[in-house]
Design a protein around this ligand. Structure first.
Ligand SMILES: Cc1ncc(COP(=O)(O)O)c(C=O)c1O
Length: 284
C-alpha cells in the first residue's frame, strides 16, 4: 500500500506529494513542525502537541493554518488512509509560498503538510533493555530552542557527529559546560540518591511532550525530581542516564563519550519510568 501524505488540502500518494519551489520552508527554513505518536491507531498526547505547535507558530509570527478541530480531523484522516496502527506523524507548517525575500511576505498563506510512517514501539522497548550510547558536542544553536523550528542544521550536524562516533544520540553542551538537551531528545540523569534531574524548560530547550509525561510518571511513582541544568562531569558520575522523545520514549543511556554511565547497563529507574510510560501509551 502506498503511503499517503496531506499537502495543503489534498491527500496524495507520497511520490506525488510536493510543495512549491518557492515555499519559504524550502528557501529559509521558515516554518515549524511537530512529531506525534500513534499507538494502536490512536493519536497520542494530541492536545499538548497542538498547544506546542500553536506556541511555535506564535513565536515565529506564522498564521495558524487551520483551527484545532479541522486539523485533528485531517490528522485522523491521514492515520486512517495509511492504516497506521503504531507510528509517527510528521506535521509541518511553513510561512507559505512567495517570491524570495527575507522579510515576511504580505499575502502568503501558511503551507501545511503531513506525513506518517510506522514506528515499532515494541522494538523501542527491546532496545531499551540494552540501552544506547551518547556523544557530547557543543550546542551551537540559537536563543529560541523552545520553538520547534524546522531550521535544524546544528541538530543535524550534532547527530551526524554522534553517529560517526558510534553513538545513538548527541548530547549538546552549552558554553558553561552544562548539558542543554539531545539533538532530538531531552536528557536526564539520576543521582546516587535516586533523584531525577533534567534541565528546566525556561532554559532555552524544547519542552518535550515525552519529558512532560515522564515528569507526571515520576510524580505518580513518588520520585524526587529536580529541574535544573547539570554538567557533563555530573553526568559522568550519574547512577543512570536516559533520554526522552516521542520516537525513543524513555531510552537508557549506558555510555557517554566512551565512559560507562552507572553500571554500564540500563538503570532500574529508567526502566521503571519506561514501563509506566508504555502502559500509558497503550491505555490513554
Ligand atoms: C531538540 C529536541 N529536544 C527534545 C525533543 C523531544 O520532544 P518530544 O518528547 O516532544 O518528542 C525533540 C523532538 O523532536 C527535539 O527535537
Amino acid at each position: 500500500m502506498s503511503r499517503i501524505a496531506y499537502v495543503n488540502g489534498q491527500y496524495l500518494p507520497l511520490s506525488l506529494a510536493s510543495v512549491n519551489i518557492e515555499d519559504r520552508g524550502h528557501q529559509f527554513s521558515d516554518g515549524v513542525y511537530e512529531g506525534i505518536a500513534v499507538r494502536k491507531g490512536q493519536i497520542r498526547d494530541l492536545q499538548p502537541h497542538l498547544d506546542r505547535l500553536w506556541r511555535s507558530l506564535k513565536g515565529l509570527m506564522i498564521d495558524i493554518p487551520m483551527a484545532h478541530g479541522p486539523l485533528t480531523m485531517v490528522l485522523r484522516e491521514v492515520v486512517r488512509r495509511n492504516r497506521l496502527r503504531d507510528g509517527f506523524i510528521y506535521l509541518q507548517v511553513t510561512r507559505g509560498t512567495a517570491r524570495r525575500d527575507h522579510a515576511f511576505p504580505l499575502d502568503a498563506v501558511p503551507s501545511l503538510s503531513i506525513t506518517c510512517r510506522r514506528l515499532d514501539f515494541d522494538g523501542v522497548a527491546k532496545r531499551a533493555e540494552v540501552g544506547v550510547l551518547a556523544h557530547s558536542t557543543t550546542d551551537i544553536r540559537w536563543g529560541r530552542c523552545d520553538i520547534k523550528s524546522i531550521s535544524l542544521l546544528p541538530n543535524v550536524l550534532a547527530k551526524q557527529e554522534a553517529r560517526e562516533a558510534g553513538a545513538f544520540e548527541a548530547i549538546l553542551v552549552d558554553s558553561d559546560g552544562l548539558i542543554t538537551e539531545g539533538s532530538s531528545t531531552n536528557i536526564w540523569m539520576v543521582d546516587d540518591a535516586g533523584t531525577l534531574i533534567t534541565r528546566d524548560t525556561i532554559d532555552n530547550i524544547l519542552p518535550g511532550i515525552t519529558r512532560a509525561v515522564i515528569l507526571e510518571v515520576a510524580a505518580e511513582l513518588g520520585l524526587k525530581v529536580e529541574t535544573r541544568a547539570f554538567s557533563l562531569d555530573e553526568a559522568y558520575g550519574a547512577a543512570e542516564m536516559f533520554l526522552t522523545s516521542t520516537t525513543s520514549c524513555a531510552m537508557p543511556i549506558v555510555g557517554l563519550n566512551g565512559k560507562k554511565i552507572g553500571a554500564g547497563k540500563p538503570g532500574p529507574i529508567a526502566l521503571k519510568l519506561l514501563a509506566v510510560y508504555m502502559k500509558k501509551l497503550d491505555q490513554d
